[in-house]
Design a protein around this ligand. Structure first.
Ligand code: UD1
Ligand code: UDP
Length: 374
């Protein structure tokens, strides 16, 4: 078909892959589009886990990850290498999602070639350039030149309009993470073995309430991570809870967590889970303890109380709806928030309500329509 839109989707990390596979599935199935996928592979193993379950084989794999990579070295390589792909493909659109180095570098390389950028999950703002760091600046930069801003919520759309971004380029689409979660939930329903790998842990902790945990934020490295580890040590001293913590592959996270939590009876430090198994962990958890962005969106959808170990959040919707609570990185504050949820049934049920401020599972289809309407 002569006038098909060529869409180059560029991503590099686990959360981008999770939030973009629903859109890639839609683009691949729709004759209006020619879909080309480029991964920077800013993450390697954690990206590959998502590509495998989603059945995505990128046309370009730049394989950029190096152990312990720095922000500047990765940025420089990503701008240059993604630029080469853009020169070869000359797409009608470059699609990026979120706020990682790959997003900022991929969008910049497109801007340098005057190729329009579609920013998925646009308009998230914490208002603090150091929390989350460097993500707040990455997404603000992309916001200054994207041609199409797909805001997940009205709050995000308002934030963009406050920055004087042309309102006609801002659309509320919902967050594709809900599309992804619905997709993986159906896959597990049809094929339970996809998520059966936690059975050993489920048996081991059958008489305990499980706290699902993730932690990886750069701004928490050092003192923040120590405080988080201290909090988990104190929580796990209780005999009625167990903490299940798939540890991010970032060596800065692993060094602290393995050292401080590795020997505790009620803590299972495990390797990063593929998406079906993480969905299972969400399902079996009594509550989530996290500094992750995506988990703040998935937990409310499943009615799981989520305690957010950050000073601020760019996702206020979960907090406004009562499923999420900011607890920062002070050990005392984390411990007392967890204990309150474990001991106060009223406080727990007030938070454990399923609702979906982040989307209705149809965000990817809306974004695809917007790409043809411009
Ligand atoms: C990155 C993003 C962050 C996002 C997070 C999601 C930036 C600056 N940070 O943080 O916004 O929330 O991904 O997880 O873009 N590593 C591996 N294998 C992997 C993945 C990572 O070994 O599959 C190790 C490598 O040593 C790598 C390091 O982790 O150098 C850091 O990876 P990087 O992507 O730079 O930062 P993250 O902390 O993962
Ligand atoms: N996730 C996963 N396996 C894990 C931990 C998280 O599949 O072991 C998923 C989780 O469901 C969410 C996403 O990864 O969709 C969040 O990624 P991460 O916390 O790495 O990044 P962030 O969202 O903070 O940018």
């Amino acid at each position: 078909m002569a006038n098909r839109q060529k869409i180059l989707t560029v991503f590099g990390t686990r959360p981008e892959a999770i939030k973009l596979f629903p859109l890639i599935h839609v683009l691949e199935a729709d004759e209006r589009f020619e879909s080309v996928v480029c991964v920077s592979a800013q993450h390697r193993a954690m990206l590959d886990q998502v590509l495998a379950i989603a059945g995505i084989v990128p046309e370009y794999d730049l394989d950029l990850m190096t152990p312990g990579q720095t922000l500047d070295a990765l940025t420089a390589r990503a701008v240059v290498e993604i630029g080469k792909v853009l020169d070869e493909e000359r797409p009608d659109w470059v699609v990026v999602q979120g706020d990682t180095t790959t997003v900022m570098a991929g969008a910049l390389a497109a801007y340098y070639r005057k190729i329009p950028v579609c920013h998925v999950e646009a308009g998230l703002r914490s208002g603090n350039i150091h929390h989350p760091w460097p993500e707040e600046v990455n997404r603000r930069m992309v916001g200054t030149f994207a041609a199409l801003h797909c805001a997940p919520t009205e709050t995000a759309a308002r934030a963009l309009k406050r920055e004087n971004i042309d309102a006609s380029s801002v659309h509320v689409t919902g967050n594709t993470v809900i599309d992804a979660l619905e997709w993986v939930t159906k896959r597990i329903e049809n094929e339970p073995s996809l998520a059966s790998g936690l059975a050993g842990i489920e048996r081991r902790f059958a008489d305990k309430r499980i706290i699902g945990m993730t932690s990886h934020r750069r701004e928490n490295f050092g003192e923040g991570m120590m405080q988080i580890a201290d909090a988990v040590t104190r929580i796990a001293a209780r005999d009625d809870v167990a903490v299940v913590f798939p540890v991010h592959l970032n060596p800065n996270v692993r060094a602290v967590m393995n050292d401080r939590l590795g020997a505790l009876d009620n803590v299972a430090l495990i390797e990063p889970l593929d998406y079906p198994h993480f969905a299972r962990l969400l399902d079996i958890s009594h509550l989530m303890l996290t500094d992750s962005g995506g988990v703040q969106e998935e937990a409310p959808a499943l009615g799981k109380p989520v305690l957010v170990m950050r000073e601020t959040t760019e996702r206020p919707e979960g907090i406004e709806a009562g499923t999420a609570m900011l607890v920062g990185t002070n050990a005392d504050t984390i411990v007392s928030a967890v204990e309150r949820l474990l001991e106060d049934e009223t406080a727990y049920s007030a938070m454990a309500r399923a609702h979906n401020p982040f989307g209705d599972g149809k965000a990817a289809a809306r974004i695809a329509d917007l790409l043809t309407a411009q």
